[in-house]
Design a protein around this ligand. Sequence first.
Ligand SMILES: Nc1ncnc2c1ncn2[C@@H]1O[C@H](COP(=O)(O)OP(=O)(O)O)[C@@H](O)[C@H]1O
Ligand SMILES: [Mg+2]
Length: 322
Amino acid sequence: MIELVAQAETMREVVRLALRVASTDANVLITGESGTGKDVLAHLIHARSSRSANELVKIDCASLPSELLEAELFGYERGAFTGATEAKPGRFEAAHKGTLLLDEIAHLSTDAQAKLLRVIERREFERLGGRRTIKVDARLIALTNVELEDAVKRRSFREDLFYRLNVVRLHLPPLRERREDVPELTERFLKMYAAKHGRRANALTPAALAAFTAYDFPGNVRELANTIERAVIVSSGQRIEADDLPDSLHAAIAFQKRRTRRQTLAELEADYIKETLAAAKGNKSEAARLLGISRKNLYEKLARYGEGVGVRVKGVEKNDER
Ligand SMILES: Nc1ncnc2c1ncn2[C@@H]1O[C@H](COP(=O)(O)OP(=O)(O)O)[C@@H](O)[C@H]1O
Ligand SMILES: [Mg+2]
């Protein structure tokens, strides 16, 4: 079981509330962008509940077409549909006395929503094609990365079901709104992936750390984890260098800076030349080609913008007059 990082005050508040409700039977709705840790939090709630000796059963409502999803959820009797050669209990039964985790709840079909509501209200159901009533006691935790209220307004999600699920709501803020969590998450993932891949990397250079601090992580904690795993794999030494981070991250940072700083056209040109030179590893002929200008023109611009644009790239400098 992963230990949940919560340094940011907003996160601590969420975790405190989660621990308070864990011991109750209340249904919980966890909201938050993809990769913010909804699964982790759901596992924590189950682990700290009186149901922890029983199963935490997960079903992803977006992964299956409607009929298959209902068969998975409620199970079926032999002959319920073509191909149902054997009876099969569903996830609801498996979650008896435990917790049922409904991921991507907004994707639940209208039919399945009606059935789910009935199970919540009556605490019993029948398998597909079955007559026997099965009693079930499962705590529900639903996850979503969309605003369910909007889905209710659009009438794609039942309001009555929404209220049944939304007894306690826990919202996980995106990582860009809790940057205090980045250092500890980074440290945690570094250890984990270095061990996994047998690498020595155990720290970030200041430049790499600065890149992490400036970046927005649209994919949240999952993206941070993937970025670190990749960096650990490609890095050769003990420290992760800015160069070990993907180009997309550098490009996004450059773009954010540009948007927030309100540069003059000349500054923008100087920066772009600098980035292009870096991409060309300091080779000016190559940079001129990428910029669509002559080498002579590039030299003129470099002279005009001064040393600030000069890029020194270790080991390739000598090649730059090629
Ligand atoms: N607060 C956290 N502490 C430690 N690891 C986390 C945290 N939040 C997310 N993770 C990790 O990030 C990844 C994505 O988390 P997950 O719970 O699957 O996100 P979601 O369900 O919101 O898409 C997982 O590998 C998870 O272990
Ligand atoms: Mg998830």
